[in-house]
Design a protein around this ligand. Structure first.
Ligand code: NAD
Length: 715
C-alpha cells in the first residue's frame, strides 16, 4: 500500500492523504516514489473533478530530508541535481493537472511542505497558531529548492517575498492569509477537507481555477519583474545590504537573493532550473553541513534530553526561591513566573526585592502595550512573584537558586542558613558564573542536591542555561534542574565542574586574545573589526568593555584566593593589561565610565586615545588572517580541551552552548563542529603554524590529532 492514501468520492474528487512511515511526512525517497505514482494515477484518472492534498500526521509536511542533504558531497552534484529536477518535474505536472487542486493544511507546512502547498491552486489552513507556514531553509544554510523561491516571487512579488526567503520568516495562518500566501482558513481541523472539496465544487466549470497564476496568459509578477525601474533601483543596493548583514560569511542568503532576482526575470521553468542549481551548490558547502548538523540534529538531541539522566521521572517545579534580586535574580524570577511557577524573590531588604519584582512588571507592561498579553494575564503572572526579605517565605521551595554577589564566603553562608528551607528532596542551584560547584557545595549538608544553574544576561532574552554538575551532584538533581530549565522554555546544556565551566572559560579566551593583540601593538579598531569579520557579534575589546574589565579583575582576585589563578588558560596578558587600565587609569569598562572605548551621551563610542600611546605599534604587521584565526582558534581550542577533559559531556552541548551562550559564528555550527568542516588535518596543521608564531596556547589538543588520523568527525 502506498504511503499516500488515495480516495475518490462520488463527486470525482480524489483526496490524497499523506501518511509516510515515521512520525512526519518528509521529502525523501519514499516521498518521491509515492508522489510520482500519485501524479501518474491522477493524470490517468477518469472522471476526475479535483484533488485535495491532506495529511494524516500532526504536521502537514515537514520538508526536505536533512539526513539526505547532509550526505550530499562534492562530486555528487550531477546526481543531486538530477534528483531535484525529477522531484520538481513531478510537482510541475501536479500543478498542470486540468482540474483544481487544493491543500488542506492541518499543521505546520515548512520548507518542502510549504512548497507542496504552493503547487496547489488553493490553500486552506486550520486557523491555529501551531500551524506554521514558511520557508526556513536559509537557517540551515540551504535554499527552498522545491520551487519555493520561484513560486513565492511569482505569487507575492520580489519585495514581499524576500523577507520570507532571506530570513526564513514563519507565519501562522492568519498572517499568511493577509499576506496572500494562502487563500482561506477554517476554525476546526475537521472542516479542512470538506471546505477544500466545497471550493472545488464551487469552481466546477471554471477553467481558471485549475491554472496557477503564473501559468495564466499575461501573468505579471506583483510589483513588476526585475527590470521594472522601481525594482531595479531597490535591487541595486540589495546585495550590499545583505553583505553587511552576513559579513560575507553565509552563502545561503546571497544565493537566495540571486535566485529570487532570476525568478523575477526568467520564465518559470528556466527559473526553476536556476533554483535547483542554487540548492545543489549550497548543499555541498561547509556552512550548510555545519548549520544542519548543529541547528537541526544537535539541537534536537539536546532538546530531546540526550544529556538528561534516563530513568528519572520528569519533575515539575512548583515553587522556586530566588536569592538576590539583582540583575540576574530579577530575570530568573521573571522567566520562572512566565512559566507559571510560584517565585519567592528574596534580597537583603524588602525594598531591594520589590525593585527586582518591578523588573517583571516593566517587561509585562511592554507585552500588554504590544497587545501580546491582557491586563489580567499580567496580574496573574505578577501575583506569582512574592518579594521578601524574610527567610521563612522560602519554606517548602522545591528549588532555590542563589544569584547573590560572586563571592565564595557569602555563597557558603547563605547555603548554610537557608538550605533547610527546601522541601524534601529539593534542589539548591547556584547561578555563579565561574566558582567551582564542588567547592560551593562544600557548605551544603546535601551536596548531592547541589548543582550549578548558570543563566546568561539578559535572562529574559538569552535562550541558554548551562547546568553544571559538581562531583557529588546526583542524577535526580541533574534531572530536576534539566526539567526546570525546559519548563521555563530555555535550552539546557550539561557540563562538568571546572573553573569557568564551559561557556565562561571559552569566552574568556576571546577576551584574552583580544587583549594580547592589543598588547602586542595591533590597532584596536582592527582587532574589533576582525573579531566581527569572523562572525562574532561584537569585537573582543568592545565586548570586554560591556562585561566590564572590573569583572575580569574581580575574577582574577577570586581565582588567586581559591589558589587556582593561571589554571584557566593563559591569562597573564589579560591581568597585566586590565591591571594597567584599572589601576593606573581607572578604566573599568562601560558601566564604570569607560574602558577601551570612550562613551558619549549620544550613544556613540570611540577608542580611548591613550590606548594608542600605551600599546599601538604602527609597523607591527600581523597578517589579517592570523588575527582572525587567533581570535577564532583560541575559542575552538578551549572548547576541544573542555571536550577531551570531560568538562563538556558531549560535542552537541559544546556546539549549542557556544552558539547560544557565547555567540559563536553561525557559519561554524559551533566551536567544535567548525573543526570537522575546516578539515581535521588542516586544523591541526594551522594550529601548529600559529603555535610556532604566537605561542603554545595554539598547540592543537590531542583530540583533534586523533580525529585527524581517523578522519572521523568530532561528535
Ligand atoms: P547583582 O549585584 O546585580 O545582584 C546581586 C544581588 O544579591 C543584589 O541585589 C544584592 O542585594 C543581593 N544579595 C547580596 N547578599 C544577599 C543575601 N545574603 N541574601 C539575598 N540577597 C543578597 O549581581 P548579578 O549580576 O545579578 O550576579 C549575581 C550572580 O550571578 C553572581 O554570582 C554572578 O557571578 C552570576 N552571574 C552574573 C551574570 C551577569 O552577566 N551579570 C551572568 C551569569 C551569572
Amino acid at each position: 500500500m502506498s504511503v499516500f492514501n488515495y480516495d475518490k468520492d462520488a463527486d470525482g474528487i480524489v483526496t490524497v492523504t499523506m501518511d509516510m512511515n515515521g512520525p512526519v511526512n518528509a521529502m525523501n525517497g519514499e516521498y518521491r516514489q509515492a508522489m510520482a505514482e500519485t501524479v501518474d494515477r491522477l493524470e490517468q484518472e477518469e472522471g476526475l473533478s479535483g484533488v485535495v492534498f491532506a495529511s494524516a500526521k500532526k504536521t502537514f509536511f515537514a520538508g526536505g530530508d536533512l539526513h539526505e542533504l547532509l550526505a550530499v558531497e562534492k562530486g555528487q552534484e550531477e546526481e543531486f541535481m538530477a534528483m531535484l529536477d525529477t522531484t520538481k518535474g513531478v510537482l510541475r505536472r501536479l500543478e498542470k493537472l486540468p482540474v483544481p487542486v487544493a491543500a488542506a493544511i492541518n499543521g505546520a507546512a515548512l520548507g518542502g511542505g510549504f512548497e507542496i502547498c504552493l503547487v496547489c491552486n488553493h490553500r486552506v489552513a486550520w486557523d491555529n497558531r501551531g500551524v506554521q507556514l514558511g520557508l526556513p531553509e536559509v537557517g540551515l544554510g540551504l535554499l527552498p529548492g522545491g520551487g519555493g523561491i520561484v513560486r513565492m516571487v511569482n505569487l507575492l512579488g520580489l519585495e514581499k517575498a524576500l523577507p520570507y526567503l532571506l530570513e526564513g520568516k514563519k507565519v501562522p495562518p492568519a498572517k499568511a492569509l493577509s499576506e496572500g500566501m494562502i487563500h482561506e482558513t477554517v476554525e476546526n481541523p475537521e472542516d479542512l477537507v470538506p471546505r477544500a472539496k466545497a471550493w472545488i465544487l464551487e469552481n466546477a466549470g471554471n477553467d481558471e481555477a485549475a491554472v496557477q497564476p503564473w501559468d495564466r496568459k499575461g501573468h505579471r509578477i506583483p510589483g513588476g519583474n526585475a527590470s521594472s525601474p522601481k525594482l531595479a533601483q531597490t535591487l541595486m543596493g540589495a546585495p550590499a545590504m545583505l553583505r553587511q548583514k552576513t559579513r560575507g560569511l553565509l552563502p545561503a542568503p546571497e544565493k537566495i537573493l540571486d535566485c529570487a532576482v532570476e525568478a523575477a526575470r526568467l520564465e518559470l521553468d528556466t527559473a526553476l532550473t536556476v533554483e535547483s542549481r542554487g540548492l545543489t551548490y549550497l548543499a555541498t558547502t561547509p556552512e550548510a553541513k555545519n548549520q544542519i548538523s548543529t541547528f537541526f540534529f544537535a539541537m534536537n538531541r539536546v532538546n530531546g534530553g540526550a544529556s538528561r539522566p534516563q530513568g528519572v521521572d520528569k519533575y515539575q517545579t512548583k515553587k522556586v526561591g530566588v536569592l538576590g534580586a539583582g540583575m540576574m535574580g530579577q530575570g530568573i524570577a521573571y522567566s520562572s513566573a512566565m512559566a507559571g511557577i510560584e517565585v519567592v524573590l528574596k534580597d537583603i531588604s524588602l525594598e531591594a526585592a520589590e525593585k527586582g519584582k518591578a523588573y517583571s512588571e516593566k517587561l509585562l507592561a511592554k507585552r500588554v502595550e504590544r497587545g501580546r498579553m491582557s491586563e489580567d494575564q499580567k496580574a496573574d503572572i505578577l501575583g506569582l512573584i512574592l518579594p521578601t526579605a524574610d527567610d521563612k517565605d522560602l519554606q517548602g521551595c522545591d528549588l532555590i537558586i542563589e544569584a547573590v554577589f560572586e563571592n565564595m564566603g557569602l555563597k557558603h553562608q547563605i547555603t548554610r542558613e537557608l538550605e533547610s528551607r527546601l522541601a524534601e528532596g529539593g534542589v539548591w542551584g547556584s547561578n555563579t558564573s565561574t566558582l567551582p560547584i564542588t567547592q560551593l557545595a562544600g557548605a551544603s549538608d546535601k551536596p548531592d542536591n547541589f548543582i550549578g544553574i548558570h543563566f546568561f544576561s539578559p535572562v529574559d532574552k538569552m535562550p541558554l542555561v548551562e547546568i553544571i554538575c559538581g562531583e557529588q551532584t546526583s542524577d535526580e538533581t541533574l534531572a530536576r534542574a534539566f526539567d526546570y530549565v525546559q519548563q521555563i522554555r530555555k535550552t539546557p546544556i550539561v557540563v562538568n565542574d571546572s573553573l569557568g565551566f564551559f561557556t565562561s572559560r571559552t569566552f574568556g579566551t576571546y577576551l584574552d586574545e583580544g587583549v594580547r593583540l592589543l598588547k602586542e601593538g595591533a590597532h584596536p579598531v582592527q582587532i574589533d573589526n576582525l573579531g566581527k569579520a569572523i562572525g562574532m557579534p561584537v569585537g573582543p575589546l568592545a565586548v570586554h568593555d560591556e562585561v566590564s574589565l572590573e569583572l575580569t579583575r574581580k575574577a582574577g582576585e577570586t581565582h588567586a584566593e581559591l589558589g587556582v589563578a593561571g589554571k584557566w588558560g593563559e591569562q597573564e596578558a589579560m591581568s597585566e593589561v586590565v591591571g594597567t587600565m584599572i589601576g593606573e587609569y581607572g578604566r573599568g569598562g562601560r558601566y564604570h565610565g569607560g574602558g577601551f572605548y570612550e562613551y558619549s551621551e549620544d550613544g556613540s563610542k570611540a577608542i580611548w586615545p591613550t590606548l594608542f600611546e600605551l600599546y599601538y605599534q604602527a609597523d607591527l604587521g600581523i597578517p589579517e588572517q592570523d588575527i582572525k584565526d587567533r581570535l577564532l582558534f583560541r575559542q575552538v581550542i578551549e572548547s576541544l580541551k573542555c571536550l577531551e577533559s570531560n568538562v563538556l559531556r558531549s560535542a552537541d552541548d559544546g556546539n549549542i552552548g557556544s552558539i547560544m551562550g557565547i555567540g559563536a559564528p553561525v557559519w561554524t555550527g559551533g566551536f567544535i563542529q567548525f573543526v570537522n568542516t575546516y578539515g581535521l588535518q588542516r586544523f591541526v596543521d594551522r594550529c601548529g603554524e600559529l603555535a610556532d608564531k604566537y605561542g603554545e596556547r595554539f598547540t592543537a589538543p590531542a583530540i583533534a590529532a586523533e580525529h585527524a588520523a581517523s578522519g572521523e568527525w568530532i561528535k
